[in-house]
Design a protein around this ligand. Structure first.
Ligand code: SF4
Ligand code: SF4
Length: 429
């Protein structure tokens, strides 16, 4: 049944020279700009329970994943090694950007238009400005954040469309890596440009993040949070790869937008229904002051590890597949979710299990989800203690051998912590 248009959102075109697009938002999916949020709760949690990155808090699973992936998906393991090699110099460079100095005198004028135009000309698909909200900074990253750079430039790069429709696959994961590498190249040009205007800046991403980027992109009006836990941006949906540059340049801040996604997702639910790990909760909860769907990490990571980063929740999202405008136009015309229940949108293949049509999900053995949780150092201590209490500890020199083994594992774990994991997952502090 057709829906009544509540209002229209106008956004820049996909490419710098493309005409603007107009998104009709149906009256029945209006909620509020950005995301339902209780600011006092966000502040409370940031103060009393500061955020920490998965790379720090779940380092045990990252190290577990290395061995499991090597066996289940050796080609992906090799791809990640190649990516780590390519991304490491980029990460080392971006860690230095906060210390770099401008190359000109600042005019003190608003430079929003020139920065936006430069970013678009370089190939960034979405550009927005917002206050750098330090409540989202990971505990381990606080020491690196230049607090005086109080404005965030939010920049999204599009991950290749064609390859991404093959998710999960080696090809799509290579597109993911290419997007990160492109972010590195583009950031160099942006930094040079901002310095030439007389301002300082600090680059976050790829791989080296201050914290979760999505809240800033939502505040800058570049999309809304989908059920799949990703930013749904107007042109690329969840295929947008995010990067933030903080600066002391004078910028005119953007405002959050209601694209209707908060409620549209409740009607759609495709990612939640198609997730091979059943890791996406269908109902929203209030968490750290924000109303959203939660991803169950322990049901997601084992799938990601064995199936090239998985990403089915990206692939099956209609906003990713068709773009927000066709999806919203279709909803106004029919009251339905474009592509829902079609093999074109919902079908996917897992290499060892075959094709899954809409309505069909893979089954995994009970030990598939056995994965260590928490920090690697705690996991290694627990494992060491278990071995000490087992029969393995009996016999001459057995305890010394276990101790030696523990020391070796701990040293390896510290080395691994400093290296990029998976495809661009955040690096620990
Ligand atoms: S990456 Fe895969 S397993 Fe994880 S939430 Fe998305 S669809 Fe589910
Ligand atoms: S698949 Fe549907 S429910 Fe999931 S994020 Fe995309 S629009 Fe929202």
């Amino acid at each position: 049944m057709p829906r009544r248009v509540g209002y229209k959102v106008t956004r820049p075109g996909r490419k710098a020279d493309d005409p603007e697009i107009e998104l009709p938002i149906a009256q029945d999916i209006r909620s509020e700009p950005g995301i339902p949020r209780r600011d006092n709760e966000v502040s409370y949690y940031a103060r009393e329970f500061p955020l920490e990155s998965v790379a720090e808090e779940q380092s045990a699973s990252a190290q577990w994943a290395l061995d499991v992936r090597e066996e289940a998906a050796p080609a992906t393991a090799e791809l990640y090694r190649e990516h780590a090699e390519a991304i490491t110099p980029i990460v080392e460079w971006l860690k230095t950007t906060g210390d770099q100095q401008p190359t000109a005198e600042p005019s003190g004028e608003d430079v929003s238009d020139v920065i936006r135009a430069k970013a678009r000309e370089l190939g960034y698909g979405e550009v927005g400005f917002t206050r750098f909200d330090r409540r989202y900074v990971y505990q381990a990253k606080r020491q690196y954040v230049r607090g005086e750079l109080a404005t965030a430039i939010c920049l999204a790069v599009e991950q290749d469309y064609v390859k991404s429709q093959e998710i999960p696959s080696l090809e799509s994961e290579s597109a993911h890596g290419e997007a990160h590498e492109r972010q590195g190249e583009l950031a160099k040009e942006m930094v040079e440009f901002i310095h030439s205007l007389g301002y300082r800046c600090q680059v976050w991403g790829p791989t080296w993040h201050f914290g979760p980027m999505i809240p800033l992109f939502v505040d800058a009006g570049l999309g809304q949070l989908g059920i799949n836990g990703q930013l749904l941006s107007p042109h690329f949906g969840s295929r947008a790869r995010l990067q933030v540059i903080t600066t002391n340049a004078k910028l005119n801040l953007d405002a959050p937008v209601d694209y209707g996604i908060h409620k549209f997702c409740d009607l759609c639910q495709v990612c939640s229904m198609r997730c091979p790990g059943r890791a996406i909760t269908p109902d929203k909860v209030w968490f750290r002051g924000v109303e959203k769907n939660k991803l169950v990490f322990k049901r997601c990571r084992p799938v990601m590890t064995r199936y090239s980063g998985c990403g089915v929740c990206i692939k099956v999202c209609p906003i990713q597949k068709y773009g927000m405008k066709p999806v919203m136009d279709h909803y106004i015309e029919t009251g339905e979710v474009l592509g829902k229940s079609s093999p074109n949108l919902e079908g996917y293949t897992l290499p060892d299990k075959g094709y899954f049509a809409p309505g069909k999900l893979p089954r995994f053995d009970s030990d598939f989800f056995d994965m260590p949780l928490g920090r690697a150092e705690d996991w290694l201590v627990d494992r060491f203690k278990e071995k000490l209490e087992s029969e393995e500890a009996n016999g001459d020199g057995a305890k010394d051998k276990l101790w030696e083994e523990y020391r070796h594992d701990l040293e390896r774990s510290l080395e691994l912590k400093a290296l990029p994991v998976d495809m661009g997952m955040d690096l620990g502090g």
